[in-house]
Design a protein around this ligand. Structure first.
Ligand code: ZN
Ligand code: FE
Length: 267
């Protein structure tokens, strides 16, 4: 089987539209705009075959109509997306547990329900690429060192969604939809100033951004070690929350809830 290339195509201020290709055909994840996708496909000589959508926000679906309009009639586009969100032009409506089989480039996914950022948000888990590496496309649920804002869901839902992602194999490459890493690390350091892995990652991420490179993909194992939202049960994190917010932190859900609220106003 041909190997696959996973490319984060920058869009808007800080979005990434992931393109996955075998060198001939490609699919796009969360194309919020069409122009950067078409430009990148043209540059590499790739042909678009499918679109995968994680949730209904415009910065993730805004390019779909234009991509459909500019697609040659000889090569119809499949458009996969969450069944429970209002998104136009879907050809396949997905729920947790569903399987997605893309013919070309050959790729198979299991759909995960990950509500919280939006109520019908889904993620796409690929258990093994042709090299055996697992991948997940998680939209605005899990970010490098952070998580999405709770626009439509509850902290309990988001925590369960993050738990489901954190339970994936440690080697899973995590393809997030935004470059938020440096500002997320700033908050993570406030939560857990004694985390040596986090300090090392801060230096590395800073160097990558200085070279104008993406900080993604990250991995599940790395996020378990440095992402405060996956570490709501860690004593040092709970200690910081109690001190900074003058709150008692009786359990993990409270810890997560306080952390998410603190992040919303953190500068
Ligand atoms: Zn979003
Ligand atoms: Fe977004």
């Amino acid at each position: 089987m041909k190997s696959l290339e996973y490319v984060p195509v920058p869009a808007f201020e800080d979005n990434y539209i992931w393109l996955v290709s075998d060198g001939c055909d490609a699919f796009a994840v969360d194309p919020g705009e069409a122009a950067p996708v078409r430009a990148y496909l043209a540059k590499r000589g790739w042909r678009l075959t499918a679109i995968l959508l994680t949730h209904h926000h415009q910065d993730h679906v805004g390019g779909v109509a234009e991509l459909l309009r500019t697609q040659p009639a000889s090569h119809p586009l499949a458009v996969y997306g969450p069944a429970d969100e209002a998104i136009d032009r879907l050809t396949q409506r997905l729920r947790g547990g569903d399987r997605v089989q893309i013919a070309s480039p050959a790729a198979e996914f299991t759909v995960l329900d990950v509500p919280g950022h939006t109520s019908g948000h889904i993620a796409y888990f690929q258990a093994a690429d042709p090299r055996g590496t697992p991948h997940v496309f998680c939209g605005d649920t899990l970010f490098a060192c952070g998580c999405g804002r709770l626009f439509e869901g509850t902290p309990r839902q988001m925590l369960a969604s993050l738990d489901a992602l954190a339970a994936l194999p440690g080697a899973t490459e995590v393809h997030c939809a935004h470059e938020y890493t440096l500002s997320n690390i700033k908050f993570a350091l406030a939560c857990e100033p004694g985390n040596a892995d986090l300090h090392a990652w801060h230096e590395e991420a800073h160097a990558r951004r200085a070279r104008n490179e993406p900080t993604l993909p990250t991995t599940i194992a790395h996020e378990r070690a440095v992402n405060p939202f996956l570490r709501a049960d860690v004593a040092a994190v709970q200690h910081t929350l109690a001190e900074q917010l003058h709150e008692t932190v009786p359990d993990r859900l409270t810890s997560f809830t306080l952390m998410r609220e603190w992040k919303n106003r953190f500068r």
